[in-house]
Design a protein around this ligand. Structure first.
Ligand SMILES: Cc1cc2nc3c(=O)[nH]c(=O)nc-3n(C[C@H](O)[C@H](O)[C@H](O)COP(=O)(O)O)c2cc1C
Length: 343
């Protein structure tokens, strides 16, 4: 099984990814939150700079990564980190991809899944799925002209799962490196139940037509039990992208892999104190990293509190302390609440 860490805007930036890899790791691929501006704004550029992504961009020779503009011949870099692009203009896609190529990236991902109103109203993300003619022209052009591998992350339609089959036939025409399917329509946002029939149809269609594009499932895998249910339902799926499940429980991928490999001989569970130590060190690295790059404690607090809305689930029974974190008005209050959690 190949595990992939989902792109999550505002959370899985390089500070999170580096800390995650250091303390948990285990995913074969990591996706950056989307890049939408052709000039790469400060935040976007900072997120993909090779020097901020050393853990991902080691060359095959094991050498340290290239820095932008170093003038050295680009090595073929391990495609473990995949920058994501959000646009509906082929020219813009190609411009962003070219900047990424110059930094050493070999693979980019196209966002056709973002359901947010502001993105959709501009015909981007999942909003692009209703303009099939433009979408086809766009794909035609980027697959013709972009020298990088292109994977696609998609929903199964805008309003109705009936849109999906035609979309699948469109994708199947191109050399898509990987098709990541979040089986919801745009109007489901993140609340409505997963439409399992979307994944079924893709698998069926691929079998019928002999399409070789690798499929990756994404959506609502929060626990080992969710994963086991997915494996029972779709034993042929070989790639899974995980998002909020990992934010809530950073050990999740380790657990899933252990279940896969240890079906025969389960490994010993990790002692709770060791678990706690790792979570604490991970948290500390995030806090230090954000303090270094964010202006002012209030911004850092905001960032950390957003993370805790997920991460808090790793601390059952600590509701009182979690509330103190939510209410913390200063860094001192925050750190005191966190100390209580790790107690
Ligand atoms: C806070 C947040 C930010 C997200 N940002 C992105 C993004 O930048 N690009 C993208 O393709 N999907 C984004 N997503 C969607 C996730 O990648 C993923 O598809 C979704 O959360 C469903 O997977 P999950 O149920 O495993 O979390 C975001 C989701 C969340 C919750």
């Amino acid at each position: 099984m190949q595990y992939e860490l989902a792109p999550m805007e505002g959370i899985t930036g390089y500070i999170y990814r580096n800390a995650y890899v250091r303390y948990f790791g285990g995913a074969e691929r990591y996706f950056t939150p989307f890049i939408a501006s052709t000039g790469l704004n400060h935040k976007e550029r900072s997120d993909v700079l090779p020097e901020h992504n050393q853990a991902f961009l080691l060359g095959e020779s094991g050498q340290l990564p290239l820095t932008e503009g170093s003038g050295r011949q680009q090595e073929k870099l391990l495609p473990r980190l995949v920058p994501q692009i959000l646009t509906n203009r082929a020219e813009d896609f190609l411009t962003i991809a070219d900047r990424l190529r110059q930094m050493g990236y070999t693979h980019v991902n196209l966002n056709l899944g973002c359901p947010s109103g502001t993105v959709v109203s501009r015909g981007r993300g999942a909003g692009f799925l209703k303009e099939l003619r433009q979408l086809t022209l766009f794909l035609e052009e980027i697959f013709e002209r972009c020298p990088l591998h292109i994977s696609i992350k998609t929903r199964i339609g805008v309003t109705d799962a009936g849109e999906w089959e035609e979309l699948l036939h469109i994708y199947a025409r191109y050399p898509v490196e990987e098709l990541i399917i979040h089986p919801r329509v745009q109007q489901d946002y993140y609340q409505q139940p997963i439409r399992w029939e979307g994944m079924e149809l893709a698998l069926e269609c691929w079998e019928r037509t002999g399409c070789a594009i690798p499929l990756c499932y994404n959506g609502e895998i929060h626990t080992l039990a969710d994963y086991q249910a997915l494996r029972r339902r779709f034993p042929q799926v070989e790639r899974v992208m995980l998002g909020r499940g990992v934010l809530k429980n950073p050990f999740l991928i380790q657990q899933l892999r252990q279940w896969e490999t240890g079906k025969a001989e389960p490994e010993e569970p990790m002692p709770p104190e060791r678990r706690q130590e790792i979570l604490q060190a991970f948290h500390q690295e995030l806090l230090t990293g954000y303090r270094e790059i964010m202006s002012g404690d209030q911004n850092t607090l905001f960032k950390m509190k957003e993370l805790w809305t997920y991460f808090g689930e790793s601390f059952p029974g600590k509701e009182k302390q979690l509330k103190r974190i939510r209410k913390a008005g200063s860094m001192a209050q925050y750190e005191s609440a966190v100390r209580e959690i790790f107690g």
